[in-house]
Ligand binder design. Structure first.
Ligand code: NI
Ligand code: MN
Length: 227
């Protein structure tokens, strides 16, 4: 059994019997967060999609206090190691797949930007396709709509797509993306953190229900879904 918990914004916690993986944890300085970094359990891997502060801000502290491994595109993995003294990092790149103790991680493209907070080059932004306990989970992360999503994430068991608009795709394009990839379940992310990305998630869910074959799952911050 795999449990997926929304940490708010683009942040997720994925747990099974033996592993706890975070994706883009953003808790400190996040008005929507309901837990702090020291309330997190014993994390073993932290996935980072791109270099923006709302995705990298808490990762080094979390990784260093728990001896967790940060997995990111090569440039960001190196930045964590060199500038944040993160002891364990794994760099990868778009299109590559890694076999890890909890399952496999494939780094997928994302249509976005990726400068690190200190101005360093963060490589290309990414999404992730995870295979854990036989389930395929696609995290679009911060991205616009693009048709190659279908090549990477067709028929996934669960997809997480941004709906906040302004910095990522909004509701309209996430409905199109959901149709494109035929996800069985789809969850919204990257909204309601701040006023510019406020969205009506129930309106989004109604549109997913009526216009696609996917089941929309709207979680409150801190809530989980079992996969
Ligand atoms: Ni971003
Ligand atoms: Mn973001």
């Amino acid at each position: 059994m795999t449990k997926l918990t929304w940490l708010s914004h683009g942040g997720w916690m994925i747990e099974n019997e033996s592993h706890c993986i975070l994706l883009d944890p953003f808790l400190t300085d996040n008005p929507a967060a309901v837990i702090s970094t020291d309330q997190l359990p014993n994390v073993d891997h932290v996935l980072i999609s791109h270099g923006h502060f709302d995705h990298v801000a808490d990762a080094a502290a979390i990784a260093n206090t728990r001896a967790a491994t940060i997995i990111a595109i090569h440039e960001i993995a190196e930045w964590f190691s060199k500038t944040k003294n993160v002891r364990s990092t794994i760099g990868m790149n778009i299109g590559g797949q890694l076999e890890l103790p909890f399952g496999s991680v494939k780094m997928t493209p994302a249509l976005h930007s990726s400068q690190l907070p200190d101005g360093s080059y963060g490589g290309e932004p990414a999404g992730f396709l995870l295979t854990i306990d036989g389930a395929r989970l696609y995290f679009g992360c911060d991205t616009a709509l693009f048709s190659d999503m279908k090549l990477y994430a067709d028929n996934v068991d669960l997809a997480v797509l941004p709906i906040g608009d302004v910095f990522t795709m909004g509701i309209e394009d996430s409905v199109t993306a959901t149709k494109l990839i035929n996800a069985k379940k789809v969850l919204p992310a990257h909204y309601d953190t701040w006023p510019p990305i406020a969205q009506d998630a129930n309106h989004w869910a109604d549109r997913i229900r009526t216009e696609t074959k996917a089941e929309p799952v709207v979680l409150q911050v801190g809530e989980s879904i079992e996969i």
